[in-house]
Unconditional design. Sequence first.
Length: 322
Amino acid sequence: MTGKKLYLVVPCYNEEEIIQKTTEVLTEKIDRLIRENKIAPESRILFVNDGSRDNTLFFLHQATKQDPRIGVINFSANFGHQSAILAGMLYAADYADMVVTIDADLQQDIEALDEFIDCYSRGCDIVYGVRKDRNTDGALKKATATIYYKLLHWLGCNIITNHADYRLLSAKVIRVLAEYKEVNLFMRGLIPTLGFQSDIVYFDVKKREAGKSKYTVQKMVKLATDGITSLSIKPLRLITGLGLTTCLFGVFLAVFSLVGWIRGDNIAGYTTSILVTLIMNGVTLLSLGIIGEYIGKIYLEAKGRPRYIIDSVIWNKEEDKE
Ligand code: UDP
Ligand code: MG
């Protein structure tokens, strides 16, 4: 029995230092899996060039000439990692039985692919890659990631701790995902809400072999807020709760002050007034900011702009004729 068709989807943003090595390692792995009959010979690798400003596209173009099993979706600009993997998956789902998304920097252990495929063969439609530890992360990233996952769980999000975007989806699941038209995309939070039979595969994370992380602090903060706003409205409810509590406190203070005034007590209260004013203004502005974040997301969703723009596709479609 030959295996099913696997497509690897690899998002790339300014990865010129490593992209040649990546194409080599990934094609070798695909070849090995084909030889072992674990996947079909029509399996492919699809790179998504997310508006790189370096020579990534040039190297990818060369790779497609050397190996017709490599394809490239070339974005017109940088639309971000989540859009890149979405575009790759939607494209691949027309040809593949299963699709695995993996980063271009070879940090995620490619050998875990065997287990992903085993899970798929056993009937799983979704296989989540979960990193065994965070030893390759700096102290700050480790701490912020831990707090972030705790926060998401506390907000009631059904998210898998330490699962990033190394995962297998069956073509069936991707077709379901295609029905989700939201612009505010946070794949790792959305996919667990889809249901389907799923499993987890644990893998080692290595250090980046070349180049720097393409997730700037700005991109990380955006991903983190997108995650919260796309999965939960609990922050808005918390603001309501906070408002109610301060109102009750206000009523209590009002009664207390009135009674004091009637009795003719001398209320000094200067420090208290300053503190209450500062704290309340802070809380009000923070609450407005949180509400504003959601309104901003509604604004973006209302505009309904495309999530990415494809400039060109380099793809040897002849190879796909069945
Ligand atoms: N990436 C992307 N668009 C972006 C930023 C990153 O396609 O705007 C890709 C990047 O090339 C890599 C993957 O997303 O393949 C993960 O990025 P990176 O390894 O820099 O993130 P980290 O591992 O540091 O979290
Ligand atoms: Mg990385």
